[in-house]
Design a protein around this ligand. Sequence first.
Ligand code: SF4
Ligand code: F3S
Length: 114
Amino acid sequence: QVGQDMTYLVNDSCIKCKHTDCVEVCPVDCFYEGENMLVISPDECIDCGVCVPECPEDAIISDNDDSLKESSVDWLAYNTNKSAEWPNITEKQDPYPEYEKYQIMEDRIKFLDE
Ligand code: SF4
Ligand code: F3S
């Protein structure tokens, strides 16, 4: 992503958890909500990082995070594409039902586009 601004991204650790603490603190309201997870709009994110410590699942990562190289999903593309489709979310809501069951699953990525 040479020449582009950095951004933060949401990864699979958000899947079926959706605590939504992140949306309350974002100064530019750049979170978007899907059925199973939230994404960040890379075009709108100002890379402030304040959402990162708010997430109990550590699901928000920088786009230069090493884990991105190992992931089967291109999270930059996913966040970019889905933020253009999904509705904006700015207010905290209840977490995903039974998120306790899902947050310990290693392979939540299988629910990605469910
Ligand atoms: Fe919003 Fe800042 Fe998080 Fe980007 S890094 S999503 S601007 S709170
Ligand atoms: Fe998801 Fe974490 Fe926000 S679980 S909804 S990225 S607080």
